[in-house]
Design a protein around this ligand. Structure first.
Ligand code: SF4
Length: 509
């Protein structure tokens, strides 16, 4: 995000129209003023603006990155799509199997202009329109899911990158730790450095890059979409099979007859087999081993230890440390005890001696097989990065003269929203607040402007009739064939795992 050629001349606080007029008046020979965002860069010949997205090419303002269109090479039934009678060769062939994305399309700022590309094509005999733009999002962030039981830091703790707070730890989910990063407060509400670092962090994560973060009172975490997290320098491999109680439930029958007690160590819910409902159903006698912590329900214990990076997301390295007492009236010498974590990564086999003290022993083969099965049932630990932004603001004016009609059309599923062609989840309620998994999008789909804000692709697809109904810029519709004449166009193969967006709504085909 360096800006060697950047010569912004107006702050974002200045009234935009006045600033633009002033800048245009001052612009010298050969200098062009970019008005694609509020920074209003004056760009010298052959140079680029602060975001590197626009440049001065032969005295004209030009969007520099490729404009990405996706060609569907396999249809919804898995059949190869022929292009001019042969398989697709990587060249653009405008057709109903071409989807125009917002990547590299350019923006409509300050939004009274129609979107840069409003493209028509036919799908199943129905005229469709796709409106594409690059949204400039100050209200945006990422939600990060990190598949691990390891303690990364307390809920609400600050997440920092190079010392600047870029977000916080939020509510943990089943088998995963969660971060909420970015948002308007970190982008614009703190120091300039905080905003810049937050913007860089979001941009790198959204473009599938890796970012090292530190969490106050917790660990360092290396996060990259679709890759295993690295926590405190150690790559996480397994996502737990379930909590301690769930692990007891899944494997109870397989342990029956080979063991007298199983304790599944877990930071959230530690399970104790013979007390647990599963052990009761299997008529296993109580073993008389009481673990530390708060009993929730029979065989399910909270807070047996502190959170950490040891067994089952606790801070313990010696599993026997969580045993509070062994009842001599119930337990017996020779009692066989398995202690295991929720990933099977840690396991210990013990036999009670004459004084009822657990002694380590060699694990029998049938028990080892079940411990290995716990590991086998763990999924690979990954980081998931969801970009989240609000598209319910002024960019709607690039689609229609009456923006609320677009919001209603999205709400009624008449308009499909995608980001770089990838499906998005639109939140219920007001506005067009959406989330998208960045791994489903083409590479390097995101950019930034130094206001600071993230630039992300967005497409609105609907029938031509629906577009006219919502007051769309129908005069600006161009046929898909005209895309061939766009200089920067870059065809890529459509990702067949994404649903094809050029489908008429049900009942209109
Ligand atoms: S930062 Fe980029 S989009 Fe904004 S005015 Fe400068 S060149 Fe144009």
């Amino acid at each position: 995000m360096s800006d060697p050629n950047h010569d912004p001349v107006a702050s974002t606080d200045a009234p935009e129209e006045a600033a633009l007029a002033q800048v245009r008046a001052k612009a010298g020979e050969g200098i062009v003023v970019c008005d694609a965002c509020p920074v209003l860069c004056r760009i010298r010949p052959g140079k680029t603006g602060a975001c590197d997205r626009y440049g001065n090419v032969d005295g004209k303002l030009a969007r520099l990155d490729p404009f990405v269109v996706a060609q569907r090479t396999i249809d919804q039934d898995g059949r190869l799509v022929p292009f001019l009678g042969k398989p697709w060769d990587g060249n653009l062939v405008p057709s109903p199997d071409t989807f125009v994305t917002g990547i590299g399309a350019g923006t409509t700022y300050p939004d009274y202009k129609p979107a840069p590309f409003i493209v028509s094509s036919q799908a199943d005999g129905v005229d469709m329109v796709t409106v594409v733009t690059e949204g400039i999002f100050s209200y945006c962030g990422v939600k990060v899911k990190i598949d691990t039981d390891r303690y990364i830091g307390p809920e609400q703790a600050a997440v920092r990158v190079t010392g600047e707070q870029v977000g916080h730890v939020t509510t943990a989910e089943y088998g995963s730790q969660m971060l909420s990063l970015g948002g308007v407060r970190h982008l614009t509400g703190g120091s300039k450095k905080e905003g810049v670092v937050t913007c860089e962090t979001l941009l790198t994560l959204c473009n599938k890059g890796a970012v090292e973060m530190s969490i106050d009172g917790g660990s360092s975490v290396l996060v990259q979409a679709g890759r295993p997290p690295v926590i405190g320098g150690v790559a996480e491999e397994r996502m737990r099979v379930g909590c301690g109680s769930a692990t007891i439930g899944i494997f109870a029958r397989q342990w029956l007859g080979h063991v007298d007690e199983v304790i599944v160590v877990d930071d959230h819910i530690t399970g104790v087999l013979t007390e647990h409902q599963a052990g009761r159903f299997l008529d296993m006698p109580h073993a008389g081993i009481r673990v530390r912590g708060r009993r929730s329900t029979p065989g399910r214990y909270f807070q047996v230890a502190n959170p950490g990076t040891g067994w089952g997301g606790t801070d313990i390295t010696d599993p026997l440390a969580i045993i509070e007492k062994i009842d001599p009236k119930t337990a017996w010498p020779g009692l066989r005890l398995l202690m295991v974590s929720t990933t099977g990564e840690h396991a210990g086999w013990f036999v009670l001696d004459d004084k009822l003290a657990p002694q380590p022993a060699s694990m029998p083969e049938p028990i080892r097989a079940v411990v290995e099965r716990i590991g086998e049932n763990c999924e690979p630990a990954l980081c998931t990065v969801l970009f989240m932004a609000g598209a319910g603001g002024s960019l709607r004016a690039g689609v229609t003269e009456n923006p609320v009609k677009l919001t209603r059309s999205v709400r009624h599923a008449l308009t499909r929203v995608t980001s770089g062609g990838a499906p998005v989840y639109v939140w219920p309620g007001g506005g067009i607040t959406y989330m998208v998994d960045v791994t489903t999008m083409p590479d390097n789909a995101f950019g930034y402007v130094p206001t600071p804000a993230i630039v992300g692709p967005i497409e609105f697809t609907m029938t031509r009739a629906a577009y006219a109904t919502l007051g769309g810029h129908v005069d600006c519709i161009r046929r898909i064939e005209s895309i061939q004449g766009v200089e920067r166009v870059k065809p890529i193969a459509w990702s067949p795992t994404n649903p094809w967006p050029l489908r008429p709504p049900a009942g209109e085909a």
